[in-house]
Ligand binder design. Structure first.
Ligand code: PGA
Length: 248
């Protein structure tokens, strides 16, 4: 049985002092040992959030990372820095990074390999635009994102990875995909992983749904056989996140 993983994606919100306040508010609300709870936060918040989360079930993740260990890459954050700060997860290839910061399947792949090299669990995002959905090429597009993203990743590594299926048209729009739409794509992503690797890997990998998840939609979504939790943006900044983590 796969353990659910419910992650907040704070995006570019919360100053360090606001971040600590939010962690202190949410700490008692997200206490659910049946679920892996991850707060993915801006780079400058990582250390204060990790400190504030100590002694709780909250694990901390970064929202991005570079694919080199160190060097002349002004403004980037290296995996070594994340490991040293006790960071266990990293979001890779979020659609906002792909759209505004020129992230490609190839750079996501390099970052995936780097994350595994350093024992950081990647949450690799994929998902189609509204236009692609209407053109009927949703799975063609996502299969390419997954296949290139996982190039060179071993089955043992893939088993520990998290994939977040986030239809772009559902992010920050208040338009959640229907439970059926979300389940269908997550099922097809699992089939794609089975095709690349094998049934055991497909069975182990965790696939989240993301895109306007809230306390009302979470229970149905997370009850689906191929949805192993969620990547939550807006609602992760509010006490509602506690309800999402305790969706049952
Ligand atoms: P949202 O964001 O929940 O605000 O739609 C989800 C995400 O982008 O990860």
């Amino acid at each position: 049985m796969r353990k659910k993983v419910i992650a907040g994606n704070w995006k570019m919100n919360m100053t360090p002092s606001e971040a600590v306040e939010l962690v202190n508010t949410l700490k008692p609300l997200v206490n659910n040992p049946e679920v892996d709870v991850v707060f993915c936060v801006p780079a400058i918040d990582l250390i204060p959030v990790a400190e504030a989360a100590k002694g709780s079930n909250i694990q901390v993740g970064a929202e991005n990372m570079y694919f080199e260990d160190k060097g002349a890459y002004t403004g980037e954050i290296s995996p070594l820095m994340l490991v040293d700060a006790g960071i266990k997860y990293v979001v890779l290839g979020h659609s906002e990074r792909r759209e505004y910061f020129a992230e490609t399947n190839e750079t996501v792949n390099k970052k995936m390999l780097k994350a595994f090299e350093h024992g950081i669990t990647p949450i690799m995002c994929c998902g189609e635009s509204l236009e692609q959905r209407e053109q009927g090429v949703t799975m063609d597009f996502i299969r390419q994102q997954v296949k290139v993203g996982f190039q060179g990743v071993t089955a043992e590594q893939a088993k520990t990875a998290v994939i977040a299926y986030e239809p772009i048209w559902a992010i920050g729009t208040g338009k959640t995909a229907t439970t059926q739409q979300a389940q269908e794509v997550c099922r097809d992503i699992r089939a794609c992983i089975e095709e690349i690797y094998d049934a055991a890997t497909a069975d182990a990998i965790r696939i989240q749904y993301g895109g306007s998840v809230n306390a009302d939609t979470a229970p149905d979504l997370f009850a689906q056989p191929d949805i192993d939790g969620g990547l939550v943006g807006g609602a992760s900044l509010k006490p509602d996140f506690g309800k999402i983590v305790n969706y049952k």
